[in-house]
Design a protein around this ligand. Structure first.
Ligand code: PBG
Length: 318
């Protein structure tokens, strides 16, 4: 029996996600007659230590994954569960994404004091979020809102909604669901108001490329219905050289495409991508449908680049 050492950040969300994945993998092992055991190793990352600065100012991609990847390359651990949206678009040499399990709700959620929706919030309401993607889009949608920086784990952010006198905060619905806190959600934000982050709601299971045994197990856990749309979103992000610290959003969904070759429709992906200025003064959005996720991601990115996305991003990165 091989014991798989699973690295995890220490946040409640990370440990909960890792626990869910280990349970799923145990179920697969039982079903398939595979002999694996799992143990969790807690790892502190740079992103966990820097809590007082806006993430975009800390800089560097993969703030929450670097130490974990190093431990994997050193063989201290064998695999790690990441929120897909925290995973850099390029993985280090020797590591691979072994599985993308079924995606949870990709939307952003508004949690307000008093149960008011985004449209009902009073003039000048204070809304907490540390994400430039969220603040850019919310300012475009409601220019009167006062966006306030809000860092920390989702448990501490929920506490700050009360202690900092905020009117509302924005969090990913998926994280709240995984914690069992979905009843805190006041409103699911529409894609028109707030396009989610690339990969939001999805997880990625990283392991060493040469770990054939583990990769075989992870393959059984991979959900292609999630993996292809997420691939399109991540290709889009990678062409724009983005990370979660820039105002970029994307979401791909399955649609049925009708054309001359397939009049009855066949599965295709529809990818919407956006780049915005931090003040919400300009939001660029493009949507395309296609069958090849990689090409689709590239084409949506190129359309935005033609419209000036790179200049916007260069300014944000300073
Ligand atoms: N950036 C932190 C982070 N990474 C993943 C999630 C939520 C879970 C997910 O999107 O899969 C969160 C919290 C949030 O943005 O509210």
């Amino acid at each position: 029996m091989r014991t798989i050492k699973v690295g995890s950040r220490q946040s409640a969300l990370a440990l909960t996600q890792t626990g869910h994945v280990i349970q799923d993998l145990r179920d697969i092992c039982e079903r398939e007659g595979l002999a694996f055991d799992f143990e969790v190793h807690k790892i502190v990352t740079k992103g966990d230590l820097i809590l007082d600065v806006t993430l975009s100012k800390v800089g560097g991609k993969g703030l929450f994954v670097k130490e974990i990847e190093q431990a994997m390359m050193d063989r201290t651990i064998d695999m790690a569960v990441h929120s897909m949206k925290d995973m850099p678009s390029e993985l280090p040499e020797g590591l691979t994404n072994g599985a993308v399990p079924r995606r949870a709700d990709p939307r952003d959620a508004l949690i307000s004091n008093g149960g008011l929706t985004l449209d009902q919030l009073p003039e000048g309401a204070r809304v907490g979020t540390s994400s430039l993607r969220r603040s850019s889009q919310l300012k475009a949608y409601r220019p009167d809102l006062q966006l306030e920086s809000l860092r920390g784990n989702i448990d501490s952010r929920l506490r700050k909604l009360e202690t900092e006198g905020l009117d509302a905060i924005i969090l990913a619905a998926a994280g709240l669901y995984r914690m069992g806190w979905q009843d805190r959600i006041t409103e699911y934000l529409s894609e028109e108001a707030c396009l989610p982050a690339v990969g939001q709601g999805a997880l990625g299971i990283e392991c060493r490329e040469d770990d054939a045994e583990l990769l075989h197990l992870l393959q059984l856990y991979n959900d292609p219905e999630t993996a292809f749309p997420v691939l399109a979103e991540r290709r889009f992000l990678s062409v724009l050289n983005g990370g979660c610290q820039v105002p970029i959003g994307a979401h791909a969904v399955w649609v049925s495409q009708h054309d001359a070759d397939s009049p009855n429709g066949q599965n295709a992906l529809q990818l919407t991508g956006m780049v915005g200025t931090p003040d919400g003064g300009l939001i660029l959005k493009e949507a395309l449908t296609g069958k090849d996720p990689v090409r689709l991601g590239e084409e949506v990115a190129w359309r935005l680049i033609e419209r000036g996305a790179e200049q916007i991003l260069a300014e944000v990165r300073g």
